[in-house]
Structure formats: structure tokens, C-alpha cells
Design a protein around this ligand. Structure first.
Ligand code: PRP
Ligand code: URA
Length: 210
């Protein structure tokens, strides 16, 4: 396993992931599960946010306690499926800004095609967490991160739900500085670039388009 990969094997995540994979799980529940898993993964993705001491008064007297030290975050979902993770992460970090990168995989070449790009204007001051439930060949994540790097954010992490070994290898090779947080590393890609056992097409299952 690549050094920069963190697999969240927490029981709550693993339990929810089982329902997410199940082909009998309908759109409403699927969307809720994606959001809930994103919230739980966000704990890990934000683990290294720096803290600072402040003085407050509790009902019992003065206390020196900690708050997050003014670091600003931006979440950047890769459209469409990454949108399903946004609400879940904003539950934890409501002040974060949200950028969007639109990419779809050409079904024949499996290469990502860019169709939208809108990032926060002050991204240079922000730590970015890129969101996409699926890391398959890695092409979409690699291109999204290449695009985001042109705007020079302070740092970038990539958060997905299911990763294929092929995608982890490709992304770690192309962007070795980007930590990857996922809930599972699956067996392989099939011959049309889908993750096996995976969960099928994340975008279609979130938005009910198939
Ligand atoms: C899916 C998924 C990723 C990409 C992963 O999106 O959400 O963005 O495929 O595949 P890759 O690692 O091989 O690039 P898709 O292109 O199906 O678009 P959608 O989200 O609009 O359905
Ligand atoms: N995109 C998906 O939504 N699912 C896969 O298995 C691969 C790419």
C-alpha cells in the first residue's frame, strides 16, 4: 500500500459501506449513506488542523482551551458524484468554501473531459479537500488535482469512498504530495474501468439517472 493512503476501517464506516455497495439500496438511502460516510471520513481528513489556545470562562471559572487556529478549508467536489459528499463534510466544517470541478470519463477512452471549473477566489489561503466517491483509474482525480494546483492552494488532500489499487498507484505517482483518505481499497478494475466489487456507477446511483 502506498505510504500516503489512509484507509478508514472504522466499524461505522464499514457498516454503512456495506449498505452502499448493495444493489438493492435505493437512491434516497444511497445519497444519505454517501453523505454520512463523508462526514465520518472528514474526521480523518481534518485530523492535522492546527489548534491554538484561547481563554474562556466556564460556569466554574477561567479555562485555557483550544480552537482551530484560523486555517481555512475549501472542499472541491468532482462533478457529479462528488456533490453527494458535500453536505456531509459541511456538517462538520460549515464555514468552508466549496469549489467545483466538472469532469466526466469518456466511456471509450476512460480519459476525463473537463466541462466546469469554479474555485474560491482566495484558494491560495486555503487547504483543499477534493471529494469524489470513486477512485477508479485515477484519471479524474489526477486531472482535478492538476487543475487545482494551478491556483496554488496551501495544501491538497483527496477523499474518496472506494479506491481501486490501480487508481491509488496512479494518483500517488502523479501527485505524491497529496494524502488519500478512503473507506475501502477494492480488488481491481474490470475491463470497462469499473471498480470490482465496487458499488456500480456512483453518479447514477446518487442522482437516480439509471
Ligand atoms: C466517476 C467518478 C469519478 C470517476 C472515477 O465519474 O465519480 O469522477 O468516474 O473514474 P476514474 O478514476 O477512472 O477517472 P463519471 O465520469 O462517471 O462522471 P459522473 O460523476 O458525472 O457520473
Ligand atoms: N466510476 C464509478 O462511478 N464507478 C466505478 O466503479 C468507476 C468509476
Amino acid at each position: 500500500m502506498e505510504k500516503n493512503v489512509f484507509v478508514m476501517d472504522h466499524p461505522l464506516i464499514q457498516h454503512k459501506l456495506t449498505h452502499l455497495r448493495d444493489k438493492n439500496t435505493g437512491t434516497k438511502e444511497f445519497k444519505e449513506l454517501v453523505s454520512e460516510i463523508a462526514t465520518l471520513e472528514c474526521y480523518e481528513a481534518t485530523r492535522d488542523l492546527p489548534l491554538q489556545d484561547i481563554e474562556i470562562e466556564t460556569p466554574m471559572g477561567k479555562a485555557t482551551t483550544k480552537v482551530i487556529a484560523g486555517r481555512k478549508l475549501a472542499f472541491v467536489p468532482i462533478l457529479r458524484a462528488g456533490l453527494g459528499m458535500v453536505e456531509g463534510v459541511l456538517n462538520l466544517v460549515p464555514a468552508a468554501k466549496v469549489g467545483h470541478i466538472g469532469l466526466y470519463r469518456d466511456e471509450k477512452t476512460l480519459k476525463p473531459v473537463e466541462y466546469y471549473n469554479k474555485l474560491p477566489h482566495d484558494i491560495e489561503e486555503r487547504d483543499v479537500i477534493v471529494l469524489d466517491p470513486m477512485l477508479a483509474t485515477g484519471g479524474s482525480a489526477i486531472d482535478a488535482i492538476t487543475i487545482i494546483k494551478r491556483s496554488h492552494p496551501r495544501s491538497i488532500k483527496f477523499m474518496c469512498i472506494i479506491a481501486a489499487p490501480e487508481g491509488l498507484e496512479a494518483l500517488s505517482k502523479e501527485h505524491p504530495d497529496v494524502p488519500i483518505i478512503c473507506a475501502a481499497v477494492d480488488e481491481k478494475l474490470n475491463d470497462i474501468g469499473y471498480i470490482v466489487p465496487g458499488l456500480g456507477d456512483a453518479g447514477d446511483r446518487i442522482f437516480g439517472t439509471k
